[in-house]
Design a binder for this molecule. Structure first.
Ligand code: ADP
Ligand code: MG
Length: 804
């Protein structure tokens, strides 16, 4: 058992403006525990005596300043946790901090560069690398990805993730069994046999999360995400299975409600996130107080799920992400304070080992066989199941002479063979009952009764043997029961929810017996899981196709608009960059592949040459009638050293190719994700265009048949939701199909109207919501629209509208 407090680390996000220096300082020298000092600027600390500077000091295990690389974060924070998970302990890493302080960047990684990949992909890479190296154990890896939003859990890896909003997804719920163990119903577990498969799952989950996010519900800042790697290992033939899970948690933004200051849905969300973080804090405070018997885990879903990762059986690490700019000082201080409280919790991590009953039975059977063999060796005779006729006859003779022997000390020696011993007892019993029935007149065994009575030991032995028999019966029953439960548990684990596979006692009482209608959804037979896993990749590509490959279904005009939108989009630079890098990597991989093949051929040639050389030497020896010269052949030496060189070269290139493969895969996933994002933003922009056209244009014949939406804020909200769901349909509805003759005229009139609408809608007149995020989104849309209009010189080159 390992006891340690929760490790806390701080990471400072790079600031945009350099002049923010002076707000904080890092003291690395303080007796190995560095401290972060946050200095309140004078204007904020105003009102204090002497106008002196106020500062706050916080201690951390380690502080990563702005220039810290993702590599260093992984090496120092995640790798030790991954190592303990590989050793069979549970582990958790969670990022805590206000929105935009770098939680997602730290946990998952940046969306642009391969070098920006965060803790999850690096940890997966590391774990799979280690698993591959260790052939002494059999490992199984499963992945789950849970999002908690407004106190509801959603499975980000649900293969039926067709939903356009989170709320359409089946909800993951927390269930507690009588032993107070947590089970997550509806959370799917996916087996990943390679790093690539696991990465695919990560990207699938992230893409699903992005698709489900709408401007109205910015799930990414308001939800918690828990990516879990479930690892089980056992030595071949051993009955002990070690299970460990690693939670990598991207928490919701920690900013307080008061600052958000918005109404409606946002407030509800703020209430929920802040409540759940508040409950997290409560749990943490309760855990840090000694002698507290009740820990309020049950107050929120987050704390229920992380229950055994907070002050439980776990190695827990927290990364406080800080965006140390003047306006964030308050939040940064509160993040650090939270971290200081977390640091007080002491965790006890224990190895999660359990016995696999199937293996136990196998092991016992093997042991029996071995014992039998050993016995055969000692007795010099092979055991068969039944005693032979001759053996039986001999036994009976022995018994008779034993009974007839007057010497009270005499012994019945049959050897260490239970079958013979049993037979003796049976025989004696039979004699005894016979005697009872036929009376004492039945000589020659007149003394049998006395003898039996005299020998209480025999009766005792008999009783003992019966007891042993009973014990064995019980053992067999128990094992059979365990086997049944194990089978059920395996099904549970694969299909339902059991995120908690920690201890054997726990999972035995899973709340979902097969056939329970509640568990139905999560308890199909075991086979589909594999199919499900292999379909993940397929699913991902179909998902991407659906989300990005809708070009064929787009009208020409929309396609054109999409091209312009894409060209102007900030992400297009990244996509283009990545495309170039990808091209480079591909060609590098290609030439590397060729070199590898060349090296392989060369190795083959060298081997052949060496063999030929051997043959020649032998032939020479035979022809000259001498033995093969014992002196080393310089030619062969040379060939051998060449062979070694070539092998080393081959290995180096092979490793490089492997690394390239991972990088290429990662880049492709990044690009896929960027494409989905672009498409999504385009759809939103397009819908916005359609609305503003309709709302701001004076009703003209062209639009007469469409009933404009009333202008209440509520209906506006409804409309934008409708639009984001059904932008295509809606656009087609309000834009009539142009007749062949009207085509050019209509295009230009629509184009003018578009320009008009923008002219009529100066940026300053846009109703702002007061929420800076939403406002900046709105302004960005308008800017994008204007930039498109500026780029298109003639109205006729504007996106033509759908003709179908
Ligand atoms: P959060 O998840 O906390 O809301 P993000 O991880 O999304 O914040 O970070 C906000 C922005 O800052 C992103 O564009 C991200 O790429 C960038 N960012 C965060 N941390 C770093 C860092 N250490 N280096 C470079 N960019 C960063
Ligand atoms: Mg985030």
């Amino acid at each position: 058992m390992v006891k340690q407090t929760i490790q806390i680390f701080a990471r400072v996000k790079p600031t945009v403006r350099k002049q923010q220096q002076g707000i904080y300082s890092i003291d690395e020298d303080e007796k190995l525990t560095p401290s972060l000092e946050i200095i309140l600027p004078r204007d904020l600390a105003d009102g204090f005596v002497n106008n002196k500077r106020e500062s706050y000091k916080f201690k951390f295990q380690r502080i990563f300043d702005q220039d810290a690389k993702q590599e260093a974060i992984f090496e120092n924070i995640a790798k030790p946790v991954a190592e303990s998970v590989l050793a069979g302990y549970n582990g958790t890493i969670f990022a805590y901090g206000q929105t935009s302080s770098g939680k997602t960047f730290t946990i998952t990684g940046g969306a642009e560069r391969y070098s920006d990949r965060g803790i999850i992909p690096r940890t997966l890479s590391y774990i799979f690398e280690q698993l591959q190296k260790d052939s002494s154990k059999i490992y199984t890896t499963h992945i789950s990805y849970l999002e908690i939003y407004n106190e509801c859990g959603y499975d980000l890896l649900d293969p039926r993730h067709e939903a356009s909003t989170l709320e359409d997804l089946p909800k993951v719920t927390v269930l507690e069994d009588p032993d107070q163990n947590i089970h997550l119903k509806n959370l799917s577990l996916h087996q990943a046999t390679t790093e690539e498969e696991a990465l695919n799952l990560l990207f699938l989950g992230d893409t699903n999360r992005m698709i489900a996010e709408t401007p109205m519900n910015q799930a990414s800042t308001r939800s918690h995400c828990i990516f879990t790697i479930h690892l089980s290992s056992k030595e071949p033939g051993s009955a002990t299975v070690r299970r460990a899970k690693l939670h990598l948690v991207d928490l919701a933004g920690s900013e307080r409600v008061a600052k958000t200051g918005v109404g409606g849905q946002l407030l509800t969300e703020a209430k929920y996130i802040n409540l759940s973080l508040h409950y997290l804090e409560q749990v943490i405070v309760a855990l840090s107080e000694k002698h507290r018997s009740h820990i309020p885990y049950r107050n929120s879903m987050m704390t229920s799920v992380l229950r055994d990762s907070l002050g439980g059986n776990c190695m827990t690490t927290m990364i406080a992400t800080l965006s140390l700019e003047k306006r964030n000082i308050d939040e940064s201080i509160s993040t650090c304070r939270f971290a200081q409280r977390v640091a007080l919790i002491r965790n006890e991590a224990v190895l999660n080992e359990e016995i696999d009953p199937r293996l136990m039975i196998l092991r016992l059977q093997k042991e029996i066989q071995e014992l039998k063999d050993e016995l055969a060796l000692v007795t010099g005779e092979q055991r068969t199941e039944a005693l032979t006729e001759a053996e039986l006859l001999q036994l009976e003779k022995l018994i008779t002479s034993f009974l007839e022997d007057q010497d009270p000390e005499s012994k019945l020696e049959v050897g260490a063979d239970m079958r013979k011993i049993h037979h003796c007892f049976h025989y004696l019993k039979k004699l005894l009952t016979d005697k009872k029935i036929h009376g004492p007149s039945r000589a020659p065994f007149s003394e049998v009764k006395d003898q039996v009575n005299q020998g209480p030991s025999t009766e005792e032995e008999y009783k003992k043997l019966r007891e042993i028999l009973q014990q064995r019966d019980n053992e067999i029953n128990i094992l059979v029961n365990m086997l049944k439960k194990e089978k059920k548990k395996a099904q549970d684990a694969l299909h339902s929810s059991s995120m908690d596979r920690g201890e054997p006692r726990r999972s035995q009482s899973s709340p979902f017996p097969p056939g329970n209608p509640e568990g139905l959804r999560t308890l199909p037979l075991s086979a589909p899981t594999q199919a499900q896993d292999s379909s993940v990749i397929q699913y991902r590509s179909s998902l991407l196709h659906r989300k990005t490959g809708v070009r064929e279904e787009m009208s020409l005009g929309r396609q054109e608009a999409f091209e312009i939108f894409k060209r102007d989009h900030a992400d297009s630079v990244t996509i283009e960059d990545n495309k170039q890098i990808l091209k480079q990597r591909f060609s590098e991989a290609k030439s590397l592949g060729e070199s590898i093949n060349e090296a392989r051929r060369k190795i083959g040639r060298l081997k052949e040459e060496i063999t030929q050389r051997h043959v020649q030497q032998v032939a020479l020896g035979i022809s000259e009638n001498t033995t093969v010269p014992s002196a080393p052949d310089p030619m062969e030496e040379k060939l051998r050293s060449q062979l070694e060189e070539e092998k080393t070269r081959y290995k180096t290139m092979f490793m490089r190719l492997k690394a390239l493969k991972v990088e290429i895969e990662h880049l492709q996933l990044l690009m896929d994700k960027a494409k989905v994002k672009l498409q999504k933003e385009f759809d939103a922009w397009w819908a916005e265009e359609a609305t503003s056209l309709q709302v701001n244009s004076p009703p003209v014949n062209l639009f007469n048949h469409v009933k404009p939406f009333p202008q209440t804020p509520e209906s506006q909200h409804k409309r934008s939701q409708l639009l984001s769901n059904q932008s295509d349909v809606y656009t087609r509805k309000i834009l009539p199909s142009p007749g062949p003759l009207l085509h050019s005229q209509e295009q230009s009139s629509t184009g003018t109207r578009l320009e008009d609408s923008i002219a009529k809608r100066p940026v300053s007149s846009v109703p702002l919501t007061g929420d800076s995020q939403t406002d900046s989104d709105i302004l960005a849309f308008i800017k994008a629209r204007q930039s498109i209009l500026q780029r298109t010189d003639r109205p006729s080159s504007l996106p033509s509208f759908p003709s179908t």
